[in-house]
Design a protein around this ligand. Sequence first.
Ligand SMILES: [Zn+2]
Length: 213
Amino acid sequence: MIKVDVLPINQWQENTYILSDESKECVVIDPGCLSAEENKHVSDFIAANELKPVRLLQTHCHLDHVFGTRYIHETYNLKLEAHQGDEFFLEQMQSYAMQFGVQMEENPPAIDIYLNEGDTIKFGNSELKVIHVPGHSPGGVVFYSEADKIAIVGDALFRQSIGRTDLPGGDHEALITNLKEKILCLDDDVVVYPGHGPSSTVGFERMNNPFLT
Ligand SMILES: [Zn+2]
């Protein structure tokens, strides 16, 4: 049974997710920790819950979702797993961050393992399926557990909203089509965990999301 913990972090209140199960293994998704304090906040949470991080995953590679990627990569010796479509963001992250007045000591690490549609990600006794949902970014993916009825959707979908599509590689029509064809077809009671703000369900969004009805 997957437990979902969310740590809202950094000036964008980005949701860093820690998924764990009874094995105490966990995956870290979208570590947004930027300052030393924020890094410690995430590490303290992991330690306090006696978790063992075994995978480092990105729903996508926008700035606010990758601040802490190098920290998690180095602290827990984890390979970075993300979709190749977002690789170009990582290579120019420091200069991009500067435009927002954010100082990053180094770029995030390069992607070690490319995630693709239909991949299965295992940790502990659990597994997540990779669903490619480009539109907010070219390499946007959703991590979905059919058994536990959860979907970590990044910034593709929010409670009653969808992700912005004005950043490089964004595509508004593609985002709506992908969300309708790949996410709204999931069961009503699948809980949706976005990259910012509160969780929702597939059923609620299908009925109430003004971009998708
Ligand atoms: Zn984003």
